[in-house]
Design a protein around this ligand. Structure first.
Ligand code: AOF
Ligand code: ZN
Length: 353
């Protein structure tokens, strides 16, 4: 299963919106075939592994990082293919929460006389498939806030200067986070202040994540860097047809989303991102949008890069949460990982799902 997880990771950038599944077929400790799902529309991991078998897999065990599918989607059901190949046992790390599957793949295998086990390396598989699992079971992507802060938790000077808080190693690490993201999300305030590109640059990446901008009033300047390269998705509550036409003429896709007062409804934004098939979304933005996303309850994870630098209490914080009346109101994620990245530290904090 560990090998299956490693194989699955090869499809991490390209399998989306599908999960990056891996599969190993073995008998008596001998590897017969292995495969992974590279791209939606192409064969699933099990089909690849079956096709790669050096000898007939009758009686062998298939290790899969997710329940084999039972539906005719872009490809035929993997459960049927495994049963037809007379595999003796299927070990799946997790059930597939896709309503089209959800236990039916395993049931079909059992009906065909195949022994079925689940739960092997389930925690690792949950980690690998967390975007897909969030989208299928909660109807929203796995949403990650990435923030670079000083030792005293500040993101920028009061005047907005924020460019080089963390060092080069942390910057590379951020690009690896971007590379595994289906989409990058930011807000218009950040674009007006920093004019970010939000592309993957310092690490190898086989496709660029979709860039998504929340821009309630369609203030995006036509010369913004976001409008260069692949077209961004602009989410707005504005009905300004002229602004919209101008942005569309520059290639942007503009979508009107439900409003919450003068602002965009962020729960609706999260649903839209899931409907678009984005499994993992990384947010790089300022305190206002970070705070609004936290208050909307759509954040799964904060990845915090902490730099050895003090910016003082006039500098900006990482999330506007208003004034909390009591500590009981403080959002409390759990820190699940802490490690040094160059001279900086990276903390990963998560909410229980
Ligand atoms: C598997 N093995 O390797 C993957 C699975 O449209 P399709 O035919 O590509 O089906 C996509 C769905 O299949 C996806 O939403 C998920 O439920 C499952 N993914 N299943 O048996 C695989 N990637
Ligand atoms: Zn399948």
């Amino acid at each position: 299963m560990a090998r299956a997880l490693a194989l699955g990771a090869r499809g991490r950038e390209t399998a989306t919106p599908n999960p990056a599944v891996g599969c190993v077929i073995a008998r008596g400790g001998r590897l017969l075939g292995e495969g992974w799902h590279a791209r939606a529309g192409e064969p699933h991991a099990e089909a690849m592994a079956l096709a790669a078998c050096r000898e007939p897999p009758a009686g062998a065990t298939a290790y899969v990082t997710l329940e084999p599918c039972s539906h005719h989607g872009r490809t035929p059901p993997c459960a049927d293919a495994l049963a037809a190949a007379r595999v003796g046992r299927v070990v799946a790390a997790l059930e597939d929460p896709n309503p089209l599957v959800r236990g039916r793949g395993l049931a079909r295998l059992r009906e065909a006389g195949v022994r079925v086990e689940t739960g092997l390396l389930a925690a690792q598989a949950q980690e690998a498939h967390r975007g897909f699992l969030a989208r299928m079971s909660r109807g929203r992507p796995w949403l990650r806030l990435k923030v670079a802060v000083s030792l005293d938790g500040r993101t920028a000077l009061a005047n907005g200067e924020s460019r080089w808080i963390t060092g080069e190693a942390a910057r590379h690490d951020v690009h690896a986070l971007r590379a595994r993201s289906c989409a990058m999300l930011t807000g218009i305030g950040t674009v007006l202040r920093d004019d970010p590109e939000l592309t993957v640059r310092h690490v190898p990446c086989s496709r660029q994540p979709r860039r998504v901008l929340i821009d309630s009033r369609l203030d995006l300047p036509l010369e913004a860097r976001l409008l260069r390269g692949e077209p961004p998705l602009v989410l707005t509550v504005s009905q300004d047809a002229a602004r919209r036409a101008a942005l569309e003429a520059r290639g942007a896709e503009v979508v009107v989303v439900p409003a919450e007062g003068p602002k965009t409804d962020l729960a609706a934004v999260a649903r839209l991102l899931a409907e678009r098939g984005f499994n993992e979304v990384t947010v790089e933005t300022g305190a206002k949008l970070n705070g609004s996303l936290l208050r909307a309850g759509v954040v799964d994870e904060i990845v915090l890069y902490v730099a050895p630098m003090l910016l003082g209490d006039r500098a900006q914080g990482l999330a506007s949460l208003g004034e909390l009346a009591t500590l009981a109101d403080a959002p409390r994620p759990r820190i699940v990982d802490a490690r040094a990245v160059g001279d900086d530290w990276r903390l990963t904090a998560r909410w229980e799902s």
